[in-house]
Design a protein around this ligand. Structure first.
Ligand code: ZN
Length: 193
């Protein structure tokens, strides 16, 4: 565990105990999955976790946010950065923030983008499982959500795949795809293991 200011960098092995010590007063009903797109794997230099998060925060503040938008950022080496207080609503998905926890996975997981490392993959699965457990949520497509499933303009979940104004986040190649079907086929089984 290493801290610079409010940013805390955790190994996956430290996450569970750290999480158990956090007092969370917000009601949490969903865990958001995002990719950062930019910065991606090319910008990750193995020792610049803090610099990357601080520069993301600067970018978010320039867009008018009070601080970094996401609670957590995950990295290709499997580490996790805590950056935004869990008791503060994130700026992750319009229409799904009030009771949400926002995780940004560093990388571009659209098809043809970054190849997710095994360590990264393992952390994404395990931390999502641990968050579900902590907030007593059952893994399903209502508790674990992809940004892609929400209409960016309306701030509502889309009713039918391929409709509305959406972005590809967390990536068209994120665990085999970014649709609800892809989630149920590929990501959900890993959370239930
Ligand atoms: Zn997103």
């Amino acid at each position: 565990m290493k801290a610079i200011g409010k940013f805390i960098l955790l190994e996956l092995s430290e996450f569970s105990e750290w999480l158990s010590m956090q007092q969370v007063t917000r009601k949490i009903t969903l865990i958001q999955q995002h990719h950062t797109y930019m910065p991606g794997y090319k910008q990750f230099k193995k020792n610049n976790h803090f610099e990357l998060c601080m520069s993301m925060e600067k970018f978010h503040m320039e867009r008018g946010f009070a601080e970094i938008a996401q609670h957590f950022t995950t990295f290709p080496d499997g580490t996790i950065m805590y950056g935004r207080n869990l008791n503060t609503i994130p700026a992750g998905i319009k229409g799904a923030n009030t009771n949400g926890i926002c995780i940004e996975h560093l990388g571009n997981f659209d098809k043809g983008g970054d190849n997710m490392t095994d360590a990264h993959r393992h952390t994404i699965i395990e931390m999502t499982k641990q968050l579900l457990k902590r907030f007593k949520l059952t893994a399903c497509d209502q508790t674990v959500v992809y940004h892609h499933w929400y209409d960016l303009t309306l701030g509502k979940r889309i009713k039918k795949e391929g409709t509305g104004h959406t972005k590809s986040c967390p990536g068209t190649n994120f665990f085999g795809g970014n649709t609800v079907d892809d989630f149920n086929k590929n990501f959900l089984p890993l959370l239930l293991k």
